[in-house]
Design a protein around this ligand. Structure first.
Ligand code: SF4
Ligand code: SF3
Length: 544
């Protein structure tokens, strides 16, 4: 075994990638990411010591942690050189935090190891998740760290838009430091649940950041076809990157298309003023190799999910932010609050033919909490009259696995008096089906990106209030969630914190859940694996 990673849903045999990631991550990148997490634990230990001594740890440390955690999410960073850069920065940050408490202790290896770039690979093989021998302890630590990765990503998105919360950063320190200690099972479960609480705080912060900057999402039709000018395709979750790109390209004679998780950008009022933001191209992340080839123009990956780059578009794909791939041009970060410089992408577009059309038609989205609450009377009437019998939350991630056709089949076979609430790239399994509407309310309501699952929770809590219920589980809502990467782990923990029970999770339960830890989730939250389509639909309609 030359590496070990089991953080995503596509991990080999649902047990672990041991030679190379199914995602395409090579062993050196995987091991260096382990070393980065190890070093973050060291920063956390020093931050705890500093705080215990009364020192304040600057937000810049928490911000660095968020970025570094984000770097290790599936389909973000495939470049061992780049991960090594981040480890070097982490060692410097660790020194900075150590100086805050006078420099003595803690003596855990994470807090004390040192090395130079040429020694990182040697060190990295000794610090991965398998160094925790007890499989239940390993599982609970993994669940916590993966939840933190998603929190890190969402906190980073919020920080990019100027919103930070020191309490989120303090939880990074508490949680990462905890994984270096022998804690009781109850204490570890407690931290996992606290991660759910912090996940809600973080997604709320990001929601505030997005809506303050770009307005509240509105019902919007998004075009799926193409125009006859050269195009730039932007993928990932970073709305500020989109803003910078749209500003710089508005008079350049090129169009901008969204891909994957960037689709919900069309729903924000602030982006509607750009005539050259023309539509969405293609489907979920895993279809990108084919779609990027036929797009013909340059592609910008702002966050996950990137997959290994094919020759067909190697010379016209760009990364930015935490995303990196060996040999691919990387657009540097903003300087002093300015804009990123996307001129190389715009220049590249001018030389390219227009995109090859893949499909025509439109899809409708923009049902984030403010829009749904604005429609609340209509929704409540439909529930009271029996026109809507049940809401099915089908948020989360899409992925390559064949078993994910389950979600399309559920959408197709749900009774006509149900409404699907969605967020995240999971929607691509059913957002182009013609499922009709109920008295003008579309049967698929898309709230936005995976982080906008928060919006779905706000909607559920609002309905709970309107119907004067004392328990969210008494609403006519079922949760049938799809997961792939660690942001979905964060969303899941957030839902558990909000008291949601009986979530169906698929296409498989996480490989990092040991049988005992899975049992804790089943016993306390009634989490269940997805089953067969008809059986699950019948159970959900019966409120089970
Ligand atoms: Fe395997 Fe997923 Fe880890 Fe990639 S991220 S190495 S596919 S477990
Ligand atoms: Fe999708 Fe990667 Fe998870 Fe943001 S883009 S939901 S998988």
């Amino acid at each position: 075994m030359s590496m070990f990673c089991y953080q995503c849903q596509e991990t080999l045999r649902n047990a672990g990638c041991t030679k190379r990631g199914v995602c395409g991550k090579d062993e050196s990148t995987a091991n260096l990411q382990d070393l980065l997490i190890h070093t973050l634990k060291g920063i956390a230990l020093h931050a705890e010591a500093a705080r215990a001594g009364g020192a304040e740890v600057p937000d810049s440390v928490g911000r660095f942690m968020a970025e570094a955690l984000f770097t290790t999410i599936t389909n973000v960073d495939f470049d061992p050189e780049h991960v090594s850069d981040v480890i070097e920065q982490a060692l410097l940050v660790r020194d900075q935090v150590k100086a805050l408490h006078g420099g003595s202790g803690p003596d855990h290896d994470a807090a004390t190891w040192t090395g130079t770039r040429d020694t990182f690979a040697g060190k990295a093989v000794s610090v991965g998740v398998l160094t925790t021998e007890n499989e239940d302890v390993r599982s609970l630590r993994a669940l916590l760290v993966y939840g933190l990765k998603g929190i890190g990503a969402y906190a980073d998105h919020a920080a990019v838009l100027g919103r930070e919360n020191s309490a989120i950063y303090a939880f990074f320190y508490e949680a990462l430091a905890s994984t270096t200690r022998d804690l009781s099972v109850d204490d570890m479960v407690g931290l996992v649940l606290k991660a759910g609480e912090v996940a809600v705080t973080t997604m709320a912060l990001l929601d505030e950041a997005n809506t303050a900057a770009y307005g509240h999402p509105e019902i919007t039709e998004v075009d799926l076809g193409v125009r006859n000018r050269p195009g730039i395709l932007i993928s990932g979750h970073d709305l500020r990157d989109l803003e910078d790109l749209l500003e710089q390209s508005k008079d350049a004679g090129v169009d901008v298309y969204t891909h994957g998780e960037m689709l919900p950008a069309h729903y924000y009022p602030a982006f509607k003023k750009y005539d050259h933001l023309v539509g969405n191209y293609g489907g979920a992340w895993w279809e990108q190799q084919k779609e990027f080839a036929s797009f013909n123009g340059p592609i910008l990956l702002t966050t996950n999910c990137l997959v290994p780059v094919k020759d067909a578009y190697r010379d016209r794909i760009f990364t930015t932010g935490r995303v990196a791939f060996p040999g691919i041009d990387h657009i540097p970060d903003r300087q002093n609050g300015g804009r990123k410089d996307f001129s190389a992408i715009i220049e590249s577009a001018r030389k390219c033919p227009p995109p090859t059309q893949l499909e025509t038609g439109k899809i409708t989205g923009g049902f984030a909490h403010a829009q749904v609450v604005a429609l609340a009377d209509k929704v409540v009437d439909a529930v009271n009259s029996g026109a809507i019998k049940r809401f099915i939350v089908m948020a989360g991630c899409d992925g390559r696995q064949k078993g994910r056709s389950y979600y399309t089949e559920v959408a197709e076979n749900l009774p006509d008096d149900t409404v699907i609430l969605t967020a995240g790239c999971a929607k691509y399994r059913y957002n182009k089906l013609d499922l009709g509407d109920i008295g003008g309310i579309p049967r698929v309501l898309d709230a936005g990106q995976c982080n906008d699952s928060y919006s779905l929770a706000v909607v559920a809590l609002k309905l709970k209030e309107i119907f004067a219920l004392d328990d969210i589980n008494k609403l006519p809502i079922s949760f049938d969630i799809a997961w792939y990467e660690q942001k979905a782990v964060t969303v899941l923990l957030a839902l558990l914190h909000l008291g949601v029970k009986g979530i169906r999770l698929g296409p498989t339960l996480p490989g990092f859940l040991s049988p005992n830890v899975a049992k804790v989730l089943v016993d306390n939250f009634d989490i269940k694996p997805i089953g067969d389509v008809q059986g699950d639909i019948a159970a959900m309609m019966a409120g089970r």
